[in-house]
Write a protein that binds this ligand. Structure first.
Ligand code: M6R
Length: 616
């Protein structure tokens, strides 16, 4: 949720840290703050609101030059988004500065202990206790900041990434991680710490994953990692596969616009190299044996938000192609209801960030029950793939806008590859049938491009509808999760009531919402696919129209039947039913983005949200 950066090297730390925060602001934007050490003095600046507010403050009240510093962007949990609650938090003696991502669950008890010892706390945060605890422990461990961090971490419960500096130890940044992300960037004469490689990829692509319960001591020319008891720890070094330009806007107004337009490439990159010359799928990187896949009797998909919608789409394809029953569940619900999973269950955890706490906790629970977990993830080196038995990476590239777009399409593609692979291994489908689907999948980037060439009408429609109170979405079969995703995009970007329904369910209650002029976006399946589905939704469109709704019909080229009932018609290229979400979702993303723009809202950083939700 929060973004963390630490730097030690030869450059101006403040510049490196603020640039890093800018690249991570998507993680939280309730407040921002920095601390640097200079001439044995610790100096901090922090400000509520977006990073721009902190930059204004730094303009009027500059920090001294320094080659060591830390910075933070906050998504508020304990305490409102005020200057006082912004990080860094500093010990009473003014020597230790701490930044934090996560929740320290026993903070109330620690706070009482500190207060009883005469410490005055100056914020409402759970983080501040760590600054005071470090200050108290340091003299007892020979002023060794890493050792003090280990001692303090052993007292903390909950999820935390912590990074600290001390004015009397001016060449060291110390970090600690439990259940929250923290990556090391290895430079030449400089080293970095961050929640996400995006913060330092402009300086180095050499990264080190930190494991659970580890403390890292960073100096200009050394990196030392131990567990919380001080034993040397094993870490995993890797190279980031994309460069800094991938996380820039590249001439687009917003990251979201850029990411929408990157979808054809993201889809084709996710398909790349996974099919051999004979049309056989090879997912060796997945690390599950053919025997593992033959023995499963159930698939359970766990995910949140948009990734959950990708899972809902996947269920239709997976059951159809493999005949293995598939359940899809919100990760936040899964482990609290005693689900039936065992060693013959394949759990598929879908996550763009690889850090979503609800999904992480659900996958840990599934593994405890003996299930094998396959992660579908977009972020190399993140926690969810690391803790899973197997992983299939989507190759969407960095997704910066809070509203997920290209990750969604690539998640669908990745789940389809898994489903086809399972069908291949278990013999549910002949090779030529699999090849035919793969050929269709390979045609999709070009079709998505066609949708992107014709977005002007959708944008104009958003402008026209910007003052409506509510927009409803209906779909059937895979069009139903597409409807849910369209509604989620509109809620998070345009802050308006938007709801997706299974079209057949409308008459069981939600149809009462309809009144004159309410826009209903209808996702129409291909007429040539399962024509019964098409007939049914055409009836549903007539039902809503009969009650005065304004129908916005998303239908494939040449579908003249559905077109008759459209107040507004949005054409998409023809695609097989199961692949239609890859084209039908795109106008909905464009619509939500255009609606937010028309309302003057922040497209990339909608209110109250954060890109990566690392608390439960
Ligand atoms: O990183 P993840 O895919 O695990 O994130 C899951 C959800 O938090 C995410 O999809 C969220 O719903 C997006 N803001 C939707 O646009």
């Amino acid at each position: 949720m929060c973004g963390i950066v630490g730097y030690v090297g030869e450059k101006q730390a403040l510049q490196v840290v603020v640039d890093g925060l800018r690249r991570m602001e998507y993680r939280g934007y309730d407040s921002a703050g920095v601390a640097v050490v200079c001439d044995d003095e610790l100096e901090t600046r922090k400000k509520a609101g977006k990073l721009a507010n902190l930059e204004t403050l730094l303009g009027s009240d500059p920090l001294p030059q320094s080659t060591i510093g830390i910075g933070h962007t906050r998504w508020a949990t304990h305490g409102g988004p005020t200057d006082a609650n912004a990080h860094p938090h500093v010990s009473e003696d003014g020597k230790v500065a701490v930044i934090h991502n996560g929740i320290i669950e026993n903070f109330a008890e620690l706070r009482s202990e500190l207060t009883a010892n005469g410490v005055t706390l100056s914020s409402e945060t759970d983080t501040e206790v760590v600054a005071h605890l470090l200050a108290a422990v340091l003299p007892t461990v020979g002023m060794d900041l890493a050792e003090a961090m280990r001692v303090v971490c052993r007292r903390l419960s909950g999820a935390f990434t912590l990074v600290a500096v001390h004015s009397d130890i001016p060449d060291v940044v110390v970090g600690a991680r439990r259940n929250s992300p923290l990556v090391v960037g290895r430079g030449d004469g400089e080293n970095f710490l961050a929640s996400d490689v995006a913060a330092f990829v402009a300086h180095t692509r050499q990264a080190t994953e930190l494991g659970q319960d580890q403390v890292v001591e960073l100096r200009r020319d050394s990196i030392t990692v131990t567990d919380f008891d001080g034993r040397p720890a094993e870490v995993n070094d890797y190279e980031v596969t994309w460069d800094a330009s991938a996380a820039e806007k590249g001439g687009y107004e917003t990251f979201m616009a850029k990411e929408i337009y990157e979808q054809p490439k993201a889809v084709s990159d996710t398909l790349l190299g996974r099919v051999d010359a004979n049309g056989r799928l090879h997912l060796d990187e997945m690390r599950l044996t053919e025997n593992d896949l033959r023995s499963i009797d159930k698939v359970v998909v766990i995910a949140c938000g948009t990734a959950y919608h990708a899972g809902l789409v996947a269920k239709y394809a997976l059951e159809h192609w493999t005949r293995v029953p598939c359940e899809v569940e919100l990760a936040s619900e899964f482990r609290y209801r005693d689900p039936v999973v065992g060693h013959r269950t394949l759990v598929v955890a879908i996550s763009q960030s690889g850090e979503t706490m609800d999904t992480l906790m659900a996958l840990r629970y599934a593994r405890e029950q003996g299930a094998k977990v396959l992660a579908i993830c977009n972020t190399q080196g993140s926690t969810i793939p690391r803790e899973s038995d197997a992983v299939l990476y989507t190759h969407a590239g960095p997704e910066v806008a809070v509203a997920s777009t290209k990750a969604f399409l690539t998640q669908i593609v990745a789940t389809y590859l898994v489903a086809l692979y399972v069908a291949q291994v278990r013999g549910n489908k002949f090779g030529d049938e699999i090849q035919a689907v793969v050929r269709d999948l390979n045609d999709m980037p070009q079709k998505i491009d066609l949708v992107l060439d014709t977005t002007e009408e959708v944008k104009a429609l958003a402008q026209e509808l910007k003052d409506v109170k509510s927009v409803l979405f209906i779909g059937r079969h895979v069009g139903y999760p597409v409807a849910l995703e369209g509604a989620l995009k509109l809620k998070e970007l345009a802050y308006m009531h938007a709801e997706g329904f299974a079209a057949g369910e409308l008459k069981h209650g939600p149809i009462a919402l309809l009144e004159d002029g309410v826009p209903v976006i209808c996702i129409v399946p291909p007429p040539s696919g399962r024509s019964i589905l098409h007939e049914k939704i055409v009836s549903n469109i007539q039902e809503v129209r009969a009650r005065g709704a304004r129908t916005i019909v998303i239908a494939e080229e040449g579908d003249d039947v559905a077109a008759q009932y459209a107040d507004h018609l949005v054409r998409i290229p023809a695609a097989p039913t199961l692949l239609q979400p890859l084209v039908a979702t795109v106008p909905l993303q464009v619509f939500a983005e255009a609606m937010a723009t028309a309302k003057g809202l922040d497209v990339d950083q909608p209110r109250n949200l954060a890109k990566s939700v690392t608390v439960e």
